[in-house]
Design a protein around this ligand. Structure first.
Ligand code: HAM
Length: 417
């Protein structure tokens, strides 16, 4: 394999691509801070237990997808497959465990050993939000509305918001019994994975994408109809608040999400521009149990996959955010001019003007070609006569018009800033 190719499921993000990434990140910082969220940066690896306890031993992610290794001190560590558990590990040292609200967001790489495909990476990037400490349906709705606000800001339209309730632990046995009664007579027609899920975690069956299983899943009774009145009421309040906020949504009784920490509200946003991987973002309310914590930490949040946000923007025909091009290209005619330009470029850059030049003697033609290649907005040619007169012709590279200006920093600032 060529050395320039990174490991499967990972990608380089090139200088041409980074401006779009930064736009997504900067927009997130701007929007989330409007809602009082502060950025939290947690380590990229955690003790393996944080994910085993936090996400649940039975989740696909923990069972099959984690990058786990032992460090030199014999500790078992894992590259974070998602952000919530690490954020909660960090907040478990605060009063969030006693019901005090904390609002944080994070941006960064996550790692899952999945089979790589378009929109499914082994190193991918999430923009995520967690609201820890408080439990209220209005908070769940606000969290969803913030995600919608963010997507609008980055130009993403045409998504569908699916929501559902997972109830709380006490609601589950009755619903599980109904699920078991529904699936038991069909087990022979279902896939191997579903037969295993039937034994270990029956809810996961609702997630199955296999055609033959879907037919059976489609007629399943709504698990939420077996939940307590209190849980139903909680979900109604989330839906009513979203309706009052004029946020369209679809209640999807089969939406369970892939992580086991969820309670009450779960949601997922899909977009047709993504092909097979349809989720651009997902989240919900959770109760997350951490090693050495006597009780679970409560929260609500979501994460959006940055690679998928970019795929959707492309599918919608939104152009990539362009790289910053030089405002000015300094062309040097002769050794004296080259020395002058080397010093002058430093002054221009300190004044905040993006400047390009060749640092070795090249022909006029070759320097003009460079100015075109780097897409400079303007160019000036500096030679002995310009140095003598203190005047240069400022050439607009787009329309080839030129104007005489003084060869000093103040004149350049006036024209180029
Ligand atoms: P998740 O649904 O596993 O949730 O991931 C959230 C988003 O990350 C997905 O909707 C998708 O856009 C992106 N994503 C996940 N896996 C991959 C992958 N292999 N390649 C590319 N993109 C991917 C969570 O991670 C939860 N922690 C979200 C959350 C926060 N729930 C509560 N708070």
């Amino acid at each position: 394999m060529a050395k320039s190719v990174p490991p499967p499921g990972t990608s380089d993000i090139t200088p041409e691509e980074v401006p779009t990434w930064r736009f997504l990140e900067d927009s997130a910082r701007k929007i989330f801070s409007l809602y009082g969220y502060g950025e939290l940066r947690t380590p990229i690896f955690e003790y393996t237990e944080v994910f085993q306890r936090g996400l649940g031993d039975e989740t696909e992610v923990v069972k099959k997808e984690m990058y786990t290794f032992e460090d030199r001190g014999g500790r078992s560590l894992t590259l974070r497959p998602e952000g919530t558990a690490g954020v909660m590990r960090s907040l478990s040292g605060t009063d969030a465990l006693n019901g005090v609200e904390h609002r944080v967001f994070y941006i960064g790489p996550m790692f899952r050993g999945e089979r790589p495909a378009a929109g499914r990476r082994r190193q991918f990037h999430q923009i995520g939000v967690e609201n820890a400490g408080k439990v209220s349906p209005e908070l769940d709705a606000e969290c969803i509305s913030m995600l919608v606000h963010y997507l609008e800001t980055i130009g993403i339209t045409g998504f569908t918001l699916y929501i559902n309730t997972r109830g709380v632990a006490a609601d589950r046995p009755a619903a599980e019994e109904a699920l078991r009664a529904h699936f038991a007579p069909h087990l022979a027609e279902m896939c191997d994975d579903c037969r295993e899920r039937f034994e270990r975690n029956i809810w996961r069956i609702l997630d199955c994408k296999v055609e033959g299983c879907r037919k059976i899943i489609d007629t399943v009774p709504d698990p939420a109809s077996f939940f307590s009145e209190e849980s139903k009421q909680y979900f109604r309040k989330v839906c009513d608040t979203l309706t009052a906020m004029k946020i369209p949504f679809v209640v999807e009784p089969r939406l369970v999400r892939g992580l086991d920490y969820y309670v009450h509200t779960v949601f997922e946003l899909t977009h047709p521009g993504l092909g097979a991987q349809t989720a651009i973002a997902g989240g919900g309310r959770y109760e997350l149990l951490l090693p050495e914590c006597s009780k679970p930490i409560q929260g609500v949040g979501f994460a959006a996959g940055m690679e998928r946000l970019i795929m959707v923007r492309e599918a919608l025909g939104i152009p990539a955010v362009p790289m910053e091009h030089p405002r000015i290209f300094l062309v040097s005619m002769g050794e004296k001019a080259l020395a002058f330009n080397a010093a002058f470029s430093a002054k221009l850059r300190r004044a905040g003007i993006t400047t390009a030049l060749e640092l070795e003697m090249k022909s006029l033609k070759s320097q003009m070609r460079s100015a075109d290649r780097v897409k400079a907005a303007y160019s000036v040619v500096v030679g002995d006569s310009e140095l003598e007169s203190g005047k240069v012709m400022l050439k607009n590279m787009a329309d080839s018009s030129s104007r005489e200006i003084a060869l000093d920093i103040e004149a350049f600032k006036k024209e180029l800033l």
